[in-house]
Design a protein around this ligand. Structure first.
Ligand SMILES: C[S@@+](CC[C@H](N)C(=O)[O-])C[C@H]1O[C@@H](n2cnc3c(N)ncnc32)[C@H](O)[C@@H]1O
Length: 272
């Protein structure tokens, strides 16, 4: 797939508008959201701080951070997502949003206290572009400030797509593409207008942070094996059952043998 075709496919996917409630609609989404929040909170500066949410999508994390008392600069390459954030933010001044590319941001050097980059790294196919996006994040954060970068695990197309979501029933061509995804990291759309991007091995994510001049303070697996539960939606409705799900994700987050099991990896880098 050419770079242009990849970009077009990404825009077509997000223009379906399904991203808006992804993190609250299902147990797997809520697991990703709650775990990402707790991991981010471990290194986030106290409020009020200025946080850049780059590739912030429809703004779930932006709104959460603003609710904690932070000023949030939301940026996304998809205009629909910026419109959705603008609608949610209303006239308050805590959230400022604009269309921007993570590769070339309109924000000044050392102008924010922390950066969330929870999206662009898994939509950039070339290593050079991913390192460039990380360098941009490192440029805009003040020295010592954290950069949180999310990646999709190399094995998630098979574990999440094939095994959990049975995408082969909807997309009969998908099974023959999975070996290639695991070999190269490149994830083409497995069906019409479906998700596409790049999938990381955990150590590859660490290496890209370092290449961008960021010291990796932490690297964790967000969901672990919990996301595979077929009854995860039911467990979400039961507080004590949900706590067991979260505890399992937490317990295995840094076990080297299990790092790539869950669909998301989250690295915390600090500008040197
Ligand atoms: C799966 S969504 C994640 C949204 C949100 N950060 C979250 O974690 O829920 C990935 C987001 O990254 C955005 N994105 C992809 N490439 C980008 C780029 N080069 N610059 C800015 N945003 C980008 C997409 O438009 C999309 O909103």
């Amino acid at each position: 797939m050419t770079e242009d075709a990849q970009r077009r496919a990404m825009h077509e996917y997000y223009e379906r508008g399904e991203e808006a409630d992804r993190l609250i609609r299902t147990g797997a989404g809520r697991l990703e959201f709650e775990r990402t929040q707790e991991i981010v909170l471990r290194a986030l500066p106290p409020s009020p701080a200025t946080i850049a949410d780059i590739g912030g999508g429809p703004g779930r994390y932006t709104v959460w951070l603003a609710g904690l008392g932070h000023r949030v600069l939301h940026r996304d390459i998809v205009p629909l997502h910026v419109e959705q954030v603008r609608d949610m933010a209303g006239n308050g001044t805590a959230i400022q949003t604009a269309v921007a590319d993570a590769l070339s941001l309109d924000l000044a050097d050392a102008s924010v206290d922390a950066v969330l980059l929870l999206g662009p790294l898994y939509h950039l196919e070339d290593r050079a572009d991913r390192v460039r996006a990380l360098r941009e994040a490192a440029r805009i954060v003040r020295p010592g400030g954290p950069v949180f970068g999310a990646a999709i695990s190399r094995w998630s197309a098979r574990l999440d797509g094939m095994l959990r979501n049975r995408i082969y029933e909807k997309y009969p061509e998908a099974p023959e593409l999975i070996d290639g995804v695991e070999r190269t990291g490149l994830l083409p759309p497995l069906g019409p207008r479906s998700f596409c991007g790049f999938t990381h091995r955990p150590e590859q994510l660490r290496e890209e942070f370092q290449a961008a001049g960021l010291t990796v303070a932490d690297l964790v697996c967000v969901e672990g094996g919990s996301f595979l539960l077929q009854d995860i939606d039911d467990r979400m409705a039961d507080e004590s059952a949900w706590e067991v799900v979260l505890a399992a994700s937490r317990a295995h987050e840094r076990v080297p043998e299990l790092m790539g099991l869950g669909p998301h990896l989250l690295a915390t880098g600090v500008r040197r």
